[in-house]
Write a protein that binds this ligand. Structure first.
Ligand code: G1P
Ligand code: ZN
Length: 542
């Protein structure tokens, strides 16, 4: 029986950088999830007769949310919903399923790398028929729908057994439960030289993949261990847990510190990697050699021709504006376009769809290509494995060659987390108001060349997105970017991005924080973080 429940708009259901993210207990409040899901349906013109994909990263509340969304899809007349077994799908696998099955869109349940559990975070994201995160015009329509909502529709029915593969029926909707790994693994096999990677492992090459108790575990096991022959145990923390084992599933040196300790210690294997809560982020680390996400993107672009799926060359590349410009010099050498977009994967969608970019990436550990419309953690790992197999070099050797050829962009991000929202907004507003006076000014020993508030005109659809971060270029080939996070669930998070390019073949092996000291000092002089936020130092340095 379909029930129509009278409701009222709930404040604050505005999708951010990547869908709607809130504390789990907020999503568990009566009607909260239902209101948002009905608003998605309303915002996209209903789901009557449509084909949808549904799954999540398995965090706490994932299973219940899947049941609710299925009943709401059925109540609104969806023709079919394809669901990952037990409600699980990594974000990249969901993007691929939407595309491969010609779905009208999909709902992905995840708060990415944010901790899960009753006290953690939950999130809901809608992806469109191209497999990518809904673009701004769609998220705006969804948000508008949340502010006008008067009722939602839901089927009264018992829970489905999400463990049982095959076709089930929910009222007039077919629910197809699929193996979450199979299609994705087949896609990877088409893109990469599995024989070469298999031979690499057979020759004694050793890796450690830390799935961080999150969704990539089953994917990594099936691909790295079963199909590619990495020794059993190469993938660790491989069982997805609702609270990610109490951890923070963000693949960076801070949160993946155990892996970092291993890779810098005496027992280090040849290669280390990690992925995040929903499987779209990655961390790459060689023996004694961490690779920043911006460098990883540049290396992948410079070596993509060695990988079968990209042997035909790259159409272009794209990076988020705060990501380092290491990619730009590779693009220049290859003679291809390089786009700088606002933060958030949704801005790459048009470039990928229009065939203007083949590879994209963000400094926040997101790398991907036009094989799907999301960033893809395991894909980046396979890219590296394929490149290492083809070049017959270690990660450290690949990096040394790369920097010698393209120069090195030292890069770091300093995050001030959960600071007072008012203080953070005031800082950004003051910076914005003072931009004109900054050009030519000195900040510490550095001289400002240009200062702007980044805005982006999409070359494909002409849409303009403003206020995407304060960007300051220094005469000394350095750059400072400041922006407020759009994914936090408490207070405000200020992100400070620091970059400096070394001039010549010297100084390629410095400690990044030391190499960036003058840019860090310039940022402190400009923003006075200590006085404003009462913080002696940033909370997270990556
Ligand atoms: C952060 C990252 C951004 C990424 C997003 C979703 O967003 O900075 O690059 O696309 O998470 O994974 P932010 O919190 O900065 O808005
Ligand atoms: Zn993620």
């Amino acid at each position: 029986m379909i029930e129509t429940i009278v409701t009222r708009p709930i404040d604050g259901q505005k999708p951010g950088t990547s869908g709607l993210r809130k504390k789990t207990r907020v999503f568990q409040e009566p009607g909260y999830l239902e209101n948002f899901v009905q608003s998605i349906w309303n915002g996209i013109g209903g789901v009557q007769g449509k084909l949808l994909v549904l799954g999540g990263d398995g965090r706490f509340f994932n299973d219940q949310a899947v049941q609710i969304i299925l009943r709401m899809a059925a109540a609104s007349g969806a023709a079919r919903v394809i669901v990952g077994q037990n409600g699980l799908l990594s974000t990249p696998a969901a993007s691929h399923l939407i595309r491969a099955r010609g779905a009208d869109g999909g709902v992905i349940l995840s708060a990415s790398h944010n901790p899960g559990g009753p006290e953690g975070d939950f999130g809901v994201k809608f992806n469109t028929a191209n497999g990518g995160p809904a673009p701004e015009r769609v998220t705006e329509a969804i948000f508008r729908a949340t502010t006008e909502l008067e009722e939602y529709r839901i089927l009264r029915a018992p829970d489905l057994d999400l463990g049982e593969l095959g076709i089930h029926r929910l009222h007039e909707t077919e629910v197809e439960i699929v193996d979450p790994v199979a299609d994705y693994a087949a896609l990877m096999e088409r893109l990469f030289d599995f024989d070469a990677i298999r031979a690499l492992f057979a020759s004694g090459f050793r890796m450690r993949f830390d799935a961080m108790h999150a969704i990539t575990g089953p994917y990594a096991r099936a691909i790295l261990e079963t199909r590619l022959g990495a020794p059993a145990g190469s993938v660790i923390n491989a069982t997805p847990l609702p609270d990610f084992g109490g951890g923070h599933p963000d693949p960076n040196p801070v949160w993946a510190h155990e892996l970092m300790a291993l890779m810098t210690g005496p027992e280090a294997p040849d290669f280390g990697a990690a992925s995040d809560g929903d499987g779209d982020r990655n961390m790459i680390v060689g023996r004694g050699q961490y690779v920043t996400p911006s460098d990883s993107l540049a290396v992948i672009a410079a070596n993509a021709h060695l990988v079968p799926g990209y042997a035909g060359g790259l159409k272009g590349v794209a990076r988020s504006m705060p990501s380092s410009a290491a990619l730009d010099r590779v693009a220049e050498a290859l003679g291809i376009a390089c786009y700088a977009t606002p933060t958030g994967w949704k801005f790459f969608g048009n470039l990928l769809d229009a065939g203007r970019a083949t590879l994209c990436g963000e400094e926040s550990a997101g790398t991907g290509s036009d094989h799907i419309r999301e960033k893809d953690g395991l894909w980046a790992v396979l890219m590296w494995l394929n490149i290492l197999a083809a070049r017959e070099q270690s990660v450290a050797e690949v990096m040394a060659d790369h920097w010698a050829r393209f120069r090195r962009n030292y890069y770091s991000r300093h995050d001030y987390e959960e600071v007072d929202s008012g203080a953070a907004t005031t800082l950004v507003e003051e910076l914005r108001a003072g931009l004109d006076r900054l050009a030519g000014a000195r900040l510490g020993v550095l001289r400002v060349r240009t200062a702007e508030d980044f805005s982006y005109s999409d070359p494909v659809d002409g849409s303009v997105t403003t206020k995407q971060g304060i960007q300051i270029h220094f005469v000394e080939d350095a750059r400072l970017v400041l922006r407020l996070s759009g994914t936090g669930t408490a207070g405000a998070t200020l992100r400070v991005y620091l970059e400096r390019v070394v001039a010549g073949p010297e100084g390629l092996a410095e400690d990044p924080q030391a190499a960036l000291a003058e840019v860090i000092a310039a940022a402190e002089e400009l923003c006075m973080f200590k006085t404003r936020f009462g913080r002696a130092a940033p909370d997270v340095v990556t």
